[in-house]
Design a protein around this ligand. Structure first.
Ligand SMILES: Nc1ncnc2c1ncn2[C@@H]1O[C@H](COP(=O)(O)OS(=O)(=O)O)[C@@H](OP(=O)(O)O)[C@H]1O
Ligand SMILES: Nc1ncnc2c1ncn2[C@@H]1O[C@H](COP(=O)(O)OP(=O)(O)O)[C@@H](O)[C@H]1O
Length: 284
């Protein structure tokens, strides 16, 4: 028989009921009444945790029952669905700009594409480390890793690769909206799929980085032995062997093999960091 463990009373947020002997009652805090909220002892940058509620400055936003809701024109703008039915975007009073201000950086997606073995994961890690050391918040979405969880149901058929890429782009978009510099590292071999991802982001916030390393170099590295298996016909549809890789035509950054040698990963990461600095992503 399982025992019932009685913990502390739940914190209930709602209008006072006149009966305070039960669970601890807390009067609802109207968003409109909040104004500036100073959080003592918080590690927020500066002492102002929230800026004045921005939603109130936007004429398309109305406050109903203390909740910000958007309507009309903006609804169409913010939904990514072609025919949104009975779905209304719920706006939060803390917005991307507020989060960026807190983090002193701009959220974006750095999309690293290239053949298997071209050094995507290595550069992603060097970049994450370099930015972390500068006090910038990053998160890596590595194709291999995401395929262990969220995308474990997907194969390497063209339509599954497209879905893999689409889902990762949507997750990267959430991270970017959180104000985080999201580093996605996946083969993403088809131009069309990468262009669909780019279209999800505001202008400039999708930064495509091409690992321009020749197939023979990647194949010589073959750290997982997958090229060998693909050449032996034991893996079908392997990128670069019997499935195409379409190099980007207009990407933001190309990381190239220099002569016979590849630049060290740290140097490649610095190239990306310089780009972010120049474009203002390392400040709010
Ligand atoms: N058929 C086939 N083609 C290409 N790659 C294959 C394949 N099967 C397994 N792998 C391994 O899966 C990793 C690629 O996953 P991705 O999610 O980046 O691929 S994709 O963007 O959906 O094309 C890739 O990892 P990386 O080597 O890090 O690129 C491979 O290790
Ligand atoms: N800039 C580089 N120069 C030399 N070797 C590298 C470089 N970057 C990565 N490598 C090596 O290449 C192999 C594949 O790198 P990895 O980052 O796993 O590639 P990918 O994620 O594109 O499959 C690894 O053994 C790694 O140590």
């Amino acid at each position: 028989m399982s025992a019932v463990v009685k913990g502390p009373p739940p914190l209930i947020c709602g209008p006072p009921r006149g009966d305070e002997s039960g669970p601890l009652a807390v009067q609802s805090l109207s968003v409109a009444k909040l104004g500036f909220l100073r959080v003592k002892g918080s590690n927020a940058i500066g002492s102002t945790f929230l800026r004045p509620i921005q939603a109130m400055e936007d004429s398309s936003v109305s406050l109903r029952n203390d909740c910000a809701a958007i309507s009309g024109r903006n609804l169409r703008q913010m939904s990514t669905m072609e025919n949104p039915t009975n779905i209304v975007w719920h706006k939060s009073p803390v917005e991307k700009l507020d989060r960026q201000h807190l983090l002193q950086q701009k959220g974006c997606a750095i999309w690293i594409t290239g053949l298997s073995g071209s050094g995507k994961s290595t550069v992603a890690c060097a970049l994450s480390q370099g930015l972390h050391m500068r006090g910038k918040l990053t998160y890596i979405l590595d194709g291999d890793n995401v395929r262990h969880g969220l995308n474990r149901d997907l194969s390497f058929k063209a339509e599954d690769r497209a879905e893999n890429i689409r889902r990762i782009a949507e997750v990267a978009k959430l991270f970017a909206d959180a104000g985080i510099i999201c580093i996605a590292s996946l083969i993403s071999p088809y131009r069309k799929d990468r262009d669909v991802c780019r279209a999800l982001f505001p202008e400039g916030d999708f930064i495509e980085v091409f690992m321009d390393v020749p197939l023979h170099v990647c194949e010589n590295r073959d750290p997982k032995g997958l090229y060998k298996l693909a050449r032996a016909g034991k893996i079908k549809g392997f990128t670069g062997v019997d499935d195409p890789y379409e190099p980007p035509l207009n990407c933001e950054i190309v990381l190239q093999q220099k002569g016979r040698d590849c630049a060290p990963p740290g140097e490649m990461a610095e190239t990306v960091i310089s780009y972010l600095e120049e474009k203002g992503y390392l400040q709010a």
